[in-house]
Design a protein around this ligand. Structure first.
Ligand SMILES: Cc1cc2nc3c(=O)[nH]c(=O)nc-3n(C[C@H](O)[C@H](O)[C@H](O)COP(=O)(O)OP(=O)(O)OC[C@H]3O[C@@H](n4cnc5c(N)ncnc54)[C@H](O)[C@@H]3O)c2cc1C
Length: 369
């Protein structure tokens, strides 16, 4: 594919892939450039959780559109996307109050309230402190270790598409992308490099307050080989997602958890898990923020996640199979979409919701072409 391309996409994570698919589906020629082979960024390291219901505003609009795209693309590209929903486990009356408020706002088609025994059976938990919960019906799950890689392979086989892995972009100019191997020319350029937006556009990143957010994650054996279909969120998750901010009772949850669990607040814990097809659980996560990633994982934070995970599941302890760190862009706004140069769009999800919203964001960017 020599000469002038319609679109060059930089970044082979879910946001870059989504833009390349939008281009290919519009009959445009597109090259996607990814420095790693295969890509191993946030899109591979996460829970594979499309947490649609917990979003609000732009995030909700993009999540709803992304949901349709996930289901359609799973069928087209041949990977698993399950309409599994999410179960939010409430272990205190204030957490349940937040879920009741959200259920009243969203209605039963989106948020189904559950009693304690329904929650226990759906999440496979023996915990005695569960007081109830809710099922978010619209939420999806994918296998994060499969989905982006399957999409990339499928994309590479489509006419008019070139996937160039192992190639690092060193500079972007209007209509021109320079890599460590070649110079490409394109009518449109999409920069979807997650937190590394500051490497190519430092002033833009600074203007939008983009920092790196690093998360500690664990893969643990499912106790007793239990099967857990939905994604599972906890009371800590209520502090995180935009939809819950519409609920007046959230303040009580924050105040109680701050008093009860200072370490969890320091680690900015979002206690949640999803199950991989082989049965292991992806369990996390903690959050640290800064311009440069702290390379040293805190064992105290891993122990916190393990202890809280065991408590959520009502078991004595959990057997760890893997530990890792994931990184995403973080900023005061949930999305960074900007055109720093003519024909160049920077698209970055600057909060931990790119799997949920990335396809919706790309569709909106492509609508503007
Ligand atoms: C631990 C963890 C858990 C998460 N859980 C969830 C979740 O459950 N639900 C959810 O919705 N979101 C979740 N997220 C957030 C979500 O994973 C991200 O928002 C999303 O994956 C971002 O996609 P991306 O394509 O922008 O980034 P990435 O997947 O990081 O892709 C960016 C790519 O750009 C490439 N790149 C960078 N610079 C260059 C360059 N100069 N040249 C060439 N290539 C370059 C990188 O190699 C990388 O592959 C989680 C994130 C983490 C880290």
């Amino acid at each position: 594919m020599n000469g002038l391309l319609d679109v060059v996409v930089i970044g082979g994570g879910i946001v870059g892939i989504a833009h390349a698919i939008e281009a290919a589906d519009r009959g445009l020629s597109v090259a996607l450039i990814e420095r790693d082979d295969p890509p191993v960024g946030a899109s591979i390291r996460n829970f594979g959780h499309a947490c649609v219901t917990a979003q609000a505003g732009d995030g909700r609009r993009r999540a709803l559109r992304a949901r349709e795209r996930w289901l359609e693309l799973a069928a087209r590209a041949g990977f698993w996307a399950g309409k599994t929903g999410t179960v939010v486990v409430a272990r205190a009356s204030d957490e349940l109050a937040v879920l009741h408020e959200l259920a009243a706002i969203r209605g039963p088609a989106e948020v189904e309230l559950l009693d304690a025994s329904e929650v226990r059976s759906r999440v496979g938990s023996a915990a005695h402190d569960i007081v109830g919960g809710a099922r978010f019906r619209l939420d999806l799950r994918v296998n994060p270790r499969e989905a982006a890689h399957s999409l990339l392979r499928w994309l590479a086989g489509r006419p008019g598409v070139a996937v160039r892995t192992g190639e690092h972009v060193v500079a972007v100019e209007p209509g021109v992308v320079r890599t460590n191997r070649a110079t490409l020319r394109a009518r449109r350029i999409v920069v979807a490099v997650n937190h590394d937006v500051d490497r190519l556009f430092p002033d833009l990143a600074a203007q939008h307050g983009v920092r790196r957010c690093w998360l500690q994650m664990l893969r643990v054996a499912a106790p007793g080989d239990r099967r857990v279909v939905p994604g599972v969120l906890s009371g800590f998750s209520l502090l995180r997602y935009a939809a819950f901010r519409e609920c007046g009772s959230l303040g009580a949850v924050r105040a109680r958890l701050t008093a009860e669990s200072p370490l969890a607040i320091e680690a900015d814990l979002n206690l949640m898990f999803t199950q991989l097809p082989d049965g292991d659980l992806l369990l996390g996560d903690t959050h640290g923020r800064g311009t440069t990633i702290d390379p040293f994982c805190s064992e105290a934070w891993f122990e916190l996640v393990l202890a809280e995970g065991a408590r959520l599941l009502g078991v004595e302890g959990l057997a760890v199979r893997e530990r890792w760190q994931g990184v995403y862009a973080s900023a005061p706004e949930e999305f960074l979409v900007a055109e720093p140069m003519e024909g160049v769009t920077v698209a970055s999800v600057t909060s931990g919701i790119g799997m949920t919203t990335g396809f919706g964001l790309a569709a909106e960017v492509a609508d503007g072409w």
